[in-house]
Design a protein around this ligand. Structure first.
Ligand code: ATP
Length: 598
């Protein structure tokens, strides 16, 4: 099979480490993709992001321990472990240690091989990394060391450096999905104008490698034919927030349906025969957490193949009332699931059907999807269609909202039902509008921000990371831009947990996808999302979110931010966007001005 030299990939990774402009990164990736034989493009796409497949596939993470890597380096290059450890201590970078040793005259395994060295290809590296990642139990330690040493002994300096970075799970290159989509559009479609088509395929099949392979082997035309497939998650359709019933009715274009907005966990349920798989809002495979829902779906979906969506809600077993979504957290701990199934039972409220027995429903308007949903769902006590009502007037919306809140829902979702009310996978738009109870009282809504850095505390909190540098997401530049430094809202327990969580996310320098003027004590890989409540928004010379959007040279920041809770169901790219923050600031300004005039 045709393959790509691993050297080409390693060189690109090296070049990417030194650039931060998105257009340049895209250009580099285009060059790389064009050199790549189509059969291995998926592997190249995964490796560029430092992984072995889409996140939802649950391939064990790379992240081989330092000790193993030191051993492998020592075997490969015939240097003693002590010497390798010593240079590691001096440089703090095992990748560089390997790079240096690989550029010397070869000893060790590499020396023995001499002229016999086999060129490294992307497939060989990828396959070995997969073996390394999956190895568990007895003998796995040796296997990991041997496989890595084998690769290193065939590696040139740059290759060695990036092999080590990959197995450490610490690629210092931050290429987001959005940038890969752009690069694919340019490389195979000739221009970024094709981005929407590439993106649609990705939204229907959330596997960048898969999409890359389709476009590289079959051409861009084939993208039109991409349909949802059972067992591959579809990126969820998202709602805009509404504040006012009248505005909401206008946005959804008049007559609409209003549904209860349940406060639970979103689940995309895939069924084929007896097999059921569930994906979360951020497309994690959550099947094992809900053995009860799997059973409900088996019995309650009258179709051979189906992809439906619903909200899983915790129920009080005594009263049958809905409980807050936090109760579902018990389902996260493997050993507690069995007990949780009994103590915190759940109900499922279904609200959409995306694919049924060979029929792609995503391009059908909502009334058609709902009709299909109702035709395949066999309701039972814990498995039913979300409660809804057809609404035409703002007053009806208000009334239904109060009814929903009264019954323990978080509010309502108002959804368009006109001809164009398709399922917009992966996109937020005004076809669905959420109307939640907390908007009415608070001065500003909570926002979801990403941790990008942290600061050590003083006094009682000395030596512990106790405040966080938080950022919003800018989808245009695919960057995280800082909004505030958050130090309140943590209990001591929460703080300890946070220090644990952050441990393996700390990096020696600013992550390339972070834009910050502030320098925290430690930088953190954008990974964790927290819900944050603030007192108000202000202009700020320190933060980069909304820089120049309202006023030249300053950004928008949140005053008195307070930690509310972790949003483990969100990816960093799902955080509140820079645009939303700026919009909130403008709205607040308007309110203040109106208040002053009154
Ligand atoms: P978003 O998902 O829009 O980024 P979020 O995760 O903060 O925001 P919400 O703002 O609370 O969530 O609203 C959207 C979520 O509401 C959906 O992702 C889904 O989990 C949930 N939901 C509950 N009931 C419904 C319903 N009837 N239709 C659609 N979604 C619903």
């Amino acid at each position: 099979m045709e393959d790509l030299k691993f050297e080409a990939l390693a060189k690109t990774l090296q070049a990417l480490e030194n650039i931060s402009a998105r257009t340049q990164i895209t250009q580099m990736l285009v060059q790389l993709f064009l050199q790549t034989p189509p059969q291995v493009i998926d592997k190249v796409v995964y490796l560029v992001q430092g992984r072995l497949g889409p996140e939802w596939k649950e391939i064990p993470e790379l992240g081989v321990g330092e000790k193993y890597i030191i051993k492998a380096i020592s075997i490969a290059f015939g240097a003693s472990e002590e010497a390798v450890s010593k240079s590691f201590k001096a440089t703090g970078d095992l990748g560089e240690v390997a790079e240096r040793l690989a550029s010397r005259p070869r000893r060790g395994l590499a020396g023995l091989l001499g002229e016999e060295r086999r060129e490294l290809t992307v497939s060989r590296v990828y396959d070995a990394l997969v073996r390394i990642a999956y190895a568990i139990g007895e003998g796995s330690r040796d296997l990991k060391i041997r496989s890595l040493a084998g690769l290193l002994s065939d590696a040139g300096p740059t290759e060695a450096k990036y092999l080590v970075r990959l197995v450490e799970g610490r690629l210092r290159v931050g290429v987001g999905d959005a940038t890969i989509l752009d690069a694919l559009a340019i490389a195979f479609g000739g221009s970024s104008e094709l981005r929407p088509q590439v993106e649609r395929a990705y939204n229907l099949r959330a596997d960048l490698g898969d999409v890359a392979r389709i476009i590289a082997t079959k051409g861009v035309e084939e993208l039109q034919r991409v349909e949802p497939q059972v067992e591959i998650p579809i990126r969820p359709m998202l709602a805009e927030r509404g504040r006012d019933a009248r505005e909401i009715m206008e946005k959804v274009g008049g007559r609409a349906i209003a549904e209860f907005k349940y406060d639970g966990e979103r689940a995309q349920i895939h069924k084929r025969g007896d097999k059921v798989i569930m994906f979360s809002r951020k497309l994690e495979n959550i099947t094992l957490r809900y053995p009860d829902v799997v059973e409900m779906a088996r019995r309650g979906i009258k179709a051979r193949e189906a992809i439906v969506e619903g909200e899983v809600v915790a129920i009080d077993p005594e009263t049958g009332d809905m409980r807050p979504f936090q109760e579902l957290m018990h389902r996260k701990r493997k050993h507690e699931i069995e007990r949780a199934v009994k103590e915190v039972p759940v109900k499922v409220f279904l609200f959409d059907a995306l694919y049924v027995d060979g029929r792609d429903l995503t391009l059908e308007p909502l009334p058609v999807r709902r009709e299909v949903l109702e035709s395949i769902v066999e309701p039972s006590e814990s498995w039913e269609i979300a409660k809804y009502k057809v609404v035409e007037e703002a007053e009806e919306v208000e009334k239904f909202f109060l009814e929903a809140v009264e019954q323990g829902a978080e509010g309502i979702m108002v959804k368009a039902i006109h001809d164009k009310s398709v399922y917009t996978a992966g996109a937020r738009g005004w076809l669905w509008v959420k109307y939640k109870r907390d908007y009415k009282s608070e001065m500003i809504d909570t926002v979801d921000l990403v941790v990008v850095g942290a600061f050590y505390g003083t006094g009682k909190r000395g030596g512990k990371l106790s405040s966080l540098l938080m950022a919003a997401y800018d989808p245009e530049e695919d960057m995280f831009k800082t909004v505030c430094k958050m130090a309140t809202g943590f209990t001591d327990e929460e703080l300890d947990r946070m220090n644990e969580m952050l441990k393996d996310k700390i990096i020696p320098q600013r992550h390339p996808r972070v834009d910050s003027r502030m320098k925290p004590d430690v930088w953190v890989v954008p990974h964790y999302v927290a819900e944050v409540l603030g007192a108000e928004l202000t202009l700020s010379p320190i933060h980069t979110c909304g820089l120049n959007a309202v006023k030249e040279g300053v950004g928008v920041s949140i005053r008195f931010p307070r930690f509310v809770r972790w949003r483990e169901d969100k990816r960093p790219e799902d955080a509140t966007t820079e645009g939303e923050i700026v919009e909130m600031y403008r709205r607040q300004l308007k309110k203040v001005e109106e208040g002053e005039q009154a």
